[in-house]
Design a protein around this ligand. Sequence first.
Ligand code: FAD
Length: 241
Amino acid sequence: MSDDLSSLIGKRIPMLDRGYVELQDVMPHPATGIRADAAIVASARVSFMGESKGEEADRKLIHYLMKHRHTTPFEHVVFTFRVHAPLVVWWQWVRHRSASYNLMSGRYIELPEDEYYTPTVWRKQSPSNKQGSLGELESEAGAALTQELIAHYERGHALYKQALAQGVAREQARLFLSGFAVYYTGYITQNLHNMLHFLKLRMADDAQHEIRLYAEAIYREFVKYIAPIACEAWEQYILMG
Ligand SMILES: Cc1cc2nc3c(=O)[nH]c(=O)nc-3n(C[C@H](O)[C@H](O)[C@H](O)COP(=O)(O)OP(=O)(O)OC[C@H]3O[C@@H](n4cnc5c(N)ncnc54)[C@H](O)[C@@H]3O)c2cc1C
């Protein structure tokens, strides 16, 4: 099992057209042979030297902790992800204050010209949900809009390059870029308790499609696999509860 989990470190899941989510690290690290669910049990049983009482008793304990919102044992499992996402996704992600972030800066580096999110499908505004979308634009109109968007990115990027060539600082020249569409890379570190809170909000139907894809990939490819019993309990008492 520990070999299995080791292969997850560095695993990259492609997202959208140019993005990805990659697991950088997890605590407990697979090399220790300690499973995440075991770390939760050990911290909850600290008064009893953290010993396992067998698989069934450990599962019952994790379910009990989750059901009764005894949340702190879940904080001893920690994930670090490297994420490449358009700013429209980051804009929503960084609202989750319980994670630690580091983001690349367009003040330090020149932003590359092919790093813009270009959707292939255009969602229509939902008539009932002010924040949501419903249905898709007909494909011919969508394709024309995508071409307009690409031309818009190219024009903005050309102006950005022109400003840089005139000696304008990177921090100001970037005003020419299509802000919400630019891809940024960041590091996110978050414990399991707070990660599950993020996932509940961002995997929900009312979350924006793009961040939802990232949240679903994190849960499906990493979190659920690394802490299966905690996730089983979370689905039962929190997600569906
Ligand atoms: C579908 C959706 C739509 C949204 N729309 C908007 C919007 O239109 N405008 C907008 O501004 N935001 C919007 N948000 C962001 C939302 O208001 C939260 O900022 C975001 O979801 C982070 O949630 P959180 O504060 O629970 O998480 P975290 O910031 O990770 O915090 C986790 C928990 O810690 C506690 N906590 C953290 N910091 C504090 C604090 N300073 N004071 C008290 N308790 C704290 C809270 O219990 C909180 O639930 C939206 C979110 C979603 C999911």
